[in-house]
Unconditional design. Structure first.
Length: 154
């Protein structure tokens, strides 16, 4: 391939944030090159002549992994979008809820009433499009907003 070799193209695509699946098909391979490609995210590394079954299998696996990654990214983008709709006060309430604080604790920490916290909590649940505390915590975890060592017990 003129200009770039396969590994250089893979590196460039990765730098651009591409999650496109990559299956290498080469006439010449060595173990270090194969290992580098796989570690960098290649789905498979086939040596010519590859059988139709090998190639189709590699492509099917690559497409399945791509679809899973795309779906995951889409879900994450949706959570980020919904989080951005929260007001600053709702975001404070969100942060405390997902860390296991109860309404009374949140009210004391924010200098407001439990009734106000309940109203904010309701808005947070609506805007984040979740139906349970577990879903809300899961959203925060997916975004990396929770330290794994945080005690969620309250």
């Amino acid at each position: 391939m003129p200009g770039l070799n396969g590994l250089e193209l893979q590196d460039r695509l990765s730098q651009l944030g591409s999650i496109l699946p990559i299956v290498f098909v080469t006439g010449y391979s060595d173990i270090p090159t194969t290992v580098r490609a796989i570690k960098a995210g290649a789905e498979d590394f086939l040596t010519k002549p590859a059988s139709s079954e090998q190639l189709i299998g590699a492509i099917e696996r690559a497409l399945a992994r791509y679809e899973a990654q795309r779906s995951q990214r889409s879900k994450l983008d949706s959570i980020v979008f919904h989080l951005a709709t929260l007001t600053p006060r709702e975001r404070q309430v969100f942060d405390l809820i997902v860390r296991g604080k109860i309404n009374k604790q949140i009210a004391a920490e924010l200098g407001t009433t439990e009734r106000t916290v309940k109203a904010h909590r309701h808005e947070v649940m609506e805007k984040m499009r979740v139906h349970s505390l577990a879903e809300l915590v899961s959203s925060a975890e997916r975004l990396g907003l929770l330290d794994r060592s945080v005690n969620l017990g309250g």
